[in-house]
Design a protein around this ligand. Structure first.
Ligand code: HEM
Ligand code: FPP
Length: 305
């Protein structure tokens, strides 16, 4: 009673639970982000001292988490309208927006400065660029405006292996650019497969995701179409002589399975999310695929060297 009689502006900030700060970093998604970064670093031709390598990966994890926090700070209104996201700390009312903003900005600055001190300016600049890209280009600019939001904005999630490589070597070369391309082309099948069976959430929140704006059939076609260049990018390092047969065979087998599942999505006809088995299978496989592909890359480097 006492609390409700005080105007909102003069109430104290909500107490912050560390578990909510952790949730703000989107730990589920970030595991794969950090794993691909680690593989980018381990695939590089020179290894930094252990403590430097560890710090570089820590910075990428903190920077990605900070970007996730800023995304949730900006989108609390949207998250409140979607079943999948309504229980997050901000829409659920467990955290005030200022705490999320301070946490996101503080952690972003800390991660970039530490990256520069521990490794090099190029890795720090790429980390800053990926945070800015996810927050400004994807979240603020594109997400609510165009169904191409994840094609362009998804580039943010493609940076981590490149940053890992540059942290180790100080320079960009062809293999990490291809790793960037793989994740860039992987993002549309990954996300559009999921968006097909959660499209009612996006429709409710008025977010122009492809199944909402172009329909289910068109989205299924796009999933298949993006899979083709993704498969080419994934296999390319082998014929280009940038990796050996361990990676080449693994990439070919993993990509063939991806293609089979994408064909199944393109042939699926149901519009009932509960029956979208092919879409659910492809989404789950997309995550396994990237984990396995990057594991094969590192195995190839370390077993052959
Ligand atoms: C703009 C690009 C992307 C969009 C819109 C997107 C969207 C999503 C959504 C909505 C989910 C399901 C719910 C969730 O856990 O938040 C999800 C799950 C996931 N995404 Fe993505 N994603 C994108 C890019 C990426 C990238 C670049 C990676 C990693 C390299 C990634 C890795 C994952 C993982 C590992 C999960 C499963 C999370 C879990 O099991 O808790 N995603 N993605
Ligand atoms: C180093 C660095 C900064 C890496 C960034 C990694 C990154 C941007 C990954 C993108 C994946 C992601 C969280 C998409 C969620 O989209 P969404 O925000 O639309 O999902 P939501 O609906 O769950 O909020």
């Amino acid at each position: 009673m006492l609390v409700t009689s005080i105007p909102l502006s003069s109430q104290q900030a909500l107490p912050t639970d560390w578990r909510d700060l952790y949730a703000l970093t989107k730990p589920g998604v970030m595991k794969l982000v950090v794993f691909t970064a680690l593989c980018g670093l381990l695939a590089a031709p020179v290894m930094p001292p252990l403590v430097i390598g560890f710090t570089a990966i820590l910075c990428i994890a903190l920077g990605a988490g900070a970007a996730g926090a800023l995304n949730q700070w900006y989108e609390a209104d949207l998250d409140a309208k979607m079943r999948r996201t309504a229980k997050r700390p901000l829409p659920a009312g467990r955290m005030d927006k200022q705490t999320a903003l301070h946490f996101g900005v503080g952690l972003s600055v800390f991660s970039v400065v530490l990256m520069e001190l521990a490794t090099n300016w190029l890795a720090a600049s790429l980390l800053a660029a990926s945070i800015l890209f996810y927050v400004l280009v994807y979240t603020v600019w594109l997400k609510r405006r165009t169904a191409q939001n994840i094609v362009i904005g998804g580039a943010a999630g493609a940076f981590p292996p490149l940053i890992g490589w540059v942290a180790a070597t100080g320079q960009v070369s062809l293999l990490p650019v291809l790793l960037f391309a793989i994740i860039f082309l992987w993002t549309p099948p990954h996300f559009w497969a999921l968006s097909l069976f959660v499209r009612s959430d996006y429709a409710a929140a008025n977010v122009p995701m492809l199944p909402v704006t172009a329909g289910v059939e068109a989205t299924r076609r796009q999933v298949f179409l993006y899979t083709l260049p993704m498969v080419a990018a994934a296999i390319a390092p082998w014929p280009l002589g940038l990796t050996g047969a361990i990676y080449g065979i693994a990439a070919t087998a993993l990509s063939a399975a991806f293609l089979v599942l994408a064909v199944a999505v393109s042939r699926s006809r149901t519009t009932d999310p509960a029956l979208m088995k092919a879409e659910k299978r492809l989404f789950a496989y997309s995550i396994f695929y990237l984990f396995a592909l990057f594991t094969a890359l590192v195995a190839d480097r370390w077993l052959i060297a």
